[in-house]
Ligand binder design. Structure first.
Ligand SMILES: [Fe+2]
Length: 269
């Protein structure tokens, strides 16, 4: 009897940990941010793995809309193995009605076998696909650079992050750079390149979040990973790691609810 009760409690916890979305707001403060971007709000959605929240993703849309974002950043692993074009169209049609959407690939896109078709669908939906490129954002008369890199599992001859940042500096001088990147383990590189802020995911919060740890399991199945949730600082770089929203085929979350991240940028003197 006790065993049955314990199993029921565990089942309820697992259900909650995989279906109830939470929202967390982080402040990214830096003296290099132009004044016009004080209060700039980015909603970050990472690692959806074709997961829906509510009918036709209605719960997710409601939560994102409630955060009143200036832009929405989708940081990779949007899809999983299964080809699901309807999911992508439904999600991106909903999100682009809320705010401009910027997207970078994760490792799962490159493993999916339909990444080229995915790019076409995203572009049809009005999503800005940042494949080792950058755009200039303007707000209250000031500008910053928003850049995005493909996951390292992309084409072997693609432009490297180093080349992208050099290109930005050659063309734009020394702007504030906000980078979108799927991987969570490259803070050394971003810091060396002098990127101001990075939004990433990939870690799924370490799947099972236990007290005093960064979660239990890394995406590569190693135990006790690092850089799985929240803001990490190195030099002048701040890297914000989302715990993500979905799961890969055989994994489950525990004490690690799907997370909608809002990054609020502030100028700090
Ligand atoms: Fe990933």
């Amino acid at each position: 009897m006790i065993l049955v009760v314990l199993l029921l409690i565990l089942a309820a916890l697992v259900y909650d940990s995989n279906t109830r979305i939470v929202e967390d707001t982080y402040t990214v403060a830096n003296g290099r941010l132009p004044e016009g971007f004080s209060g700039f709000r980015v909603v970050q959605l990472s690692d959806l793995h074709t997961t829906r929240f509510g009918e036709n993703n209605s719960k997710l849309f409601e939560m994102v809309r409630g955060q009143a974002p200036d832009i929405i950043a989708v940081t990779g692993d949007l899809i999983d193995e299964e080809r699901d074009e309807d999911y992508v169209r439904e999600l991106m049609t909903g999100l682009t009605q809320i705010a401009p959407v910027y997207y970078v690939t994760g490792n799962h896109e490159w493993a999916s076998g339909w990444v080229r078709d995915l790019f076409s669908i995203l572009e049809e939906c009005g999503v800005n696909v940042l494949r080792n490129k950058y755009v200039v954002l303007e707000r209250n008369g000031d500008t910053i650079v928003l850049a995005g890199v493909d996951d390292p599992n992309g084409p072997y001859d693609m432009k490297t992050p180093r080349e992208l940042v050099s290109e930005i500096r050659e063309e734009m001088g020394d702007p504030y750079i906000l980078m979108l990147a799927h991987r969570n383990d490259e803070i050394d590189m971003w810091s060396e390149l002098g990127v101001d802020a990075v939004l990433c995911g990939h870690a799924h919060g370490g799947l099972i979040r236990l007290p005093f740890t960064e979660g239990l399991i890394a995406p590569g199945r190693e135990f006790f990973p690092t850089y799985t949730s929240g803001i990490y600082r190195q030099g002048g770089t701040q890297m914000l790691v989302s715990r993500g929203l979905g799961n890969t085929s055989f994994s489950l979350r525990l004490f690690n609810n799907p997370q909608v991240v809002t990054a609020v940028f502030e100028r700090e003197i």
